[in-house]
Ligand binder design. Sequence first.
Ligand SMILES: [Zn+2]
Length: 199
Amino acid sequence: MAGHSARHQVAAASSTTTEDGAPVVVRRSSRRTRTVAAFWENGTAVVAIPARFTAAQEAEWVHKMVAKLQRQGERRAAVGKRRPATDAALAEQAAQLSAKYLGGRAVPTSVRWVSNQNSRWGSATPAEGTIRLSDKLRPMPQWVIDYVLLHELAHLLVAAHNAAFWQLLEAYPETQRAKAFLEGVSFATGRGMADPDAD
Ligand SMILES: [Zn+2]
């Protein structure tokens, strides 16, 4: 964060995420003449700048405004407002899926929505029993969310993507459809995210 050389500012502008991993989007507006604004929008840091700004001005202001957003902690507040208590609902859904398809053997210690996971739909840490789902899944159909949740639950039992792992997902009737759905989304958005938690 330190340093204000031109070189540093260029580097800051080319980075597409904030320090804690949220995507940064720059919006140029011809209606905007002098003012710069920054705000959180669905977990993305948006910096609105005048259309006439040079690349150097853009870099300088993105750097400044993203730092300001992080200081204000607006993201945390916005996320809290947007989905009250839904981590609890997600944990409840996980318990139901585990009971229905995994004989209740997968027992996560925590299941959370996260907004800083941009390259994966979900992730699990088997050693800790924790599961995180990207909030980019939230607008998707429930059967897709359930697939990712079940996929991460299954990782608590089998860490690798091997035959034993995929066998755990066979009972869920929407596995193939959900995989195809996510592949379609990944293709359309240009994110290489075929598997929910592939690197
Ligand atoms: Zn996986």
